[in-house]
Ligand binder design. Structure first.
Ligand SMILES: Nc1nc2c(ncn2[C@@H]2O[C@H](COP(=O)(O)OP(=O)(O)OP(=O)(O)O)[C@@H](O)[C@H]2O)c(=O)[nH]1
Ligand SMILES: [Mg+2]
Length: 197
């Protein structure tokens, strides 16, 4: 295992313009319950840095985690998730407003880590999000979460299926598990590299 990401909670906000200036941001985007906050905890090797829950909608605000040292301006940003199948329309609208605004308005947002549930995805909302990210020309990295939930005997087929549905190449999807630690070291290295270039 590699070293945990040296990040600490900086601030929550409902709008981008409530946040101080940053140098460079990397945001974690994905369906509600896909494992965004759990991934932040796994990356930082902390249990309760970001709030997680079995029930979709755990993260309700834009939550900023800053890399050491204090004031570095390098941010890893945890966002509320977009519509769960049963989410009421009001929740979808809230996501749209808060997240789309943030993703479009931050000049220092360099890229997005787009999480897809490896057992479930991609859903039609995931595909819509991809189209939208393409549309606003924001680079993203696919990360498939909860790899431990796919039975080892099914992983090969599931991986092929997911890659095909995303219309991408095998090497463009990183498989991770916040529970077992699969892929976490690799993702840490990619994130460190992102902030050092
Ligand atoms: N088995 C397994 N469960 C996971 C993994 N990552 C997250 N979970 C579980 O999935 C549920 C949702 O995790 P969160 O991290 O809160 O998901 P989120 O994407 O932040 O959700 P919102 O904040 O609602 O958008 C929790 O019950 C987690 O314990 C994983 O790698 N494996
Ligand atoms: Mg969350």
């Amino acid at each position: 295992m590699s070293n945990p990401l040296p990040i600490r909670f900086l601030q929550s906000a409902s709008r981008h313009d409530q946040l101080p200036n940053s140098i460079l941001e990397l945001a974690i985007v994905g369906r509600s319950n896909v494992g965004k906050s759990s991934l932040i905890n796994a990356l930082a090797h902390r249990k309760k840095l970001a709030k997680t829950s079995k029930t979709p909608g755990a993260t309700q605000l834009i939550n900023v985690y800053e890399f050491d040292p204090e004031g570095s301006g390098s941010w890893l940003v945890d966002l509320p998730g977009y519509g769960f199948a049963k989410a009421p329309k009001s929740e979808m609208d809230r996501w749209k407003q808060m997240i789309e605004e943030y993703l479009m308005q931050s000049d220092t947002l360099g890229a997005v880590i787009l999480l897809i549930d490896s057992a479930v995805g991609p859903t039609s909302l995931d595909l819509q999000t991809i189209e939208w990210l393409d549309h606003i020309d924001l680079p993203y990295r696919f990360v498939a979460t909860k790899e431990d939930k796919v039975r080892p005997s099914k992983r090969g087929a599931r991986k092929n299926d997911l890659v095909k549905k995303l219309g991408t190449k095998k090497e463009d999807v990183l498989w991770v598990s916040a529970n077992t630690g699969t892929g976490i070291s690799e993702l840490r290295s990619e994130i460190i590299e992102f902030f050092s270039t």
